[in-house]
Design a protein around this ligand. Sequence first.
Ligand code: GBH
Length: 461
Amino acid sequence: SVSGAAGLVAGLPSGFRWGVATSAYQIEGAITADGRTPSIWDTYCRVPGAIDNGDTGDVACDHYHRMPADVALIKDLGFDTYRFSVAWPRVQPHGKGPVNPAGLGFYDRLVDELLAQGIDPWVTLYHWDLPQELEDAGGWPVRDTAYRFAEYSMLVFDALKDRVGTWTTLNEPWCSAMLGYAYGAHAPGRREYPAAIAAVHHLLLGHGLATSQMREAAPRPLDIGITLNVATAYPASDAEPDVDAARRADGMGRRIYLDPLVHGRYPADVVADLAREGATLPVVDGDLEIISAPIDVLGVNYYFSQKFTGYAEDGSTVDASGLPISRDVPLGKPRTAMDWEIVPEGFTDLLVSIARDYPGLPMVITENGSAFEDVPDANGFVDDTDRTAYFTSHLTAVAEAIAQGADIRGYLAWSLMDNFEWAYGYVKRFGIVRVDYETQQRTPKASAAYLKELATQHRAR
Ligand code: GBH
């Protein structure tokens, strides 16, 4: 059902992009094809217990071998934009040195295929698949990795810049730094807090280096930016410890990235919080000028928001080491299959707060979507009214943010198809297209038809 779509579409500006997103490791498979070397995810998937069900990205959606059919599918679904990521270990297998033409060739063909179908390609240069050799040399906590990233970025940029108009350097540096190096929840699975904070800085430095080098080499004005996973951090009450817990969550989740990117400085309160935790951002003179190189578009990935309290269950406000308590508490909303609460109003509040704190920065929603317990019929069709309702409420939240003054230029659904959901393996399904992992058959879900109808109505307006 698309009832109410007309009202929703009316709130979205003309020229609004409608697209879908994926990432390389989550869909490609073919991990040894054409000279690709292991990334940190290939290694991490082989750590016993790291991934649900022992799943790996070895085959995934076999997109590497099915790319033309998948592009035709995007065309059939009526999208004008496709955001995909480039696998660094395909393009530059040792993380340094010359380009691997066979690996780069895949993305060259993908871009041509998209353009032939009238779909605008949007490249993400890094969606978490660091070449293992660079992790062996220290990974993102090491400053050299930022320079390696800029060098790799230019290999891709020089090959595709004549045909690709929109570029994202990093996808969700928070995840790379914190899930990868602090919490041990993503590759490379380290739990070293000070190293994670160094990774934050080196990811941002890599973004800044790549951005200015790409800008200089651009044949015409191109849109260059970064994608962040951001959310609203609500305080559980007006009590000072709760308000402070929300401030710290917002500081580590949003402002530690956006302040240096936009204002050229790290937030003083966050720097002080980190010092208390024994961690330092390893800033060298000149870094913040590099990091604040102008960007044309901020990619926003939104899934849910949380409420924070500064009280432990026993009522204390500090832990055993004297550090302030911070924990998330339920908002009391319905949940997705990820156990994430469904909080569309947190999306509006987030977008309006970014527009307020960082004025003049155009935004595109580069990911938004949900996993539910899909039940396919005998033909593989999923009538995912829950996922459709999630899209409606979150697109309505975007329209509301636009009405409140936020400059939002497009919406890319996560994800084109069910895929390798990182530590959750293949059990969690975010696709608008079902993938049968036995046969690799793709079957559009009801939510895909819904998004197609919205895009069609919007264009016809
Ligand atoms: C995105 O990450 C990824 O870009 C994409 O590859 C992935 O498939 C998709 O989401 C779905 O997961 O509970 O402590 O982790 C989103 C990752 C998930 C990071 C929610 C922040 C909340 C804090 N985000 N998470 S925590």
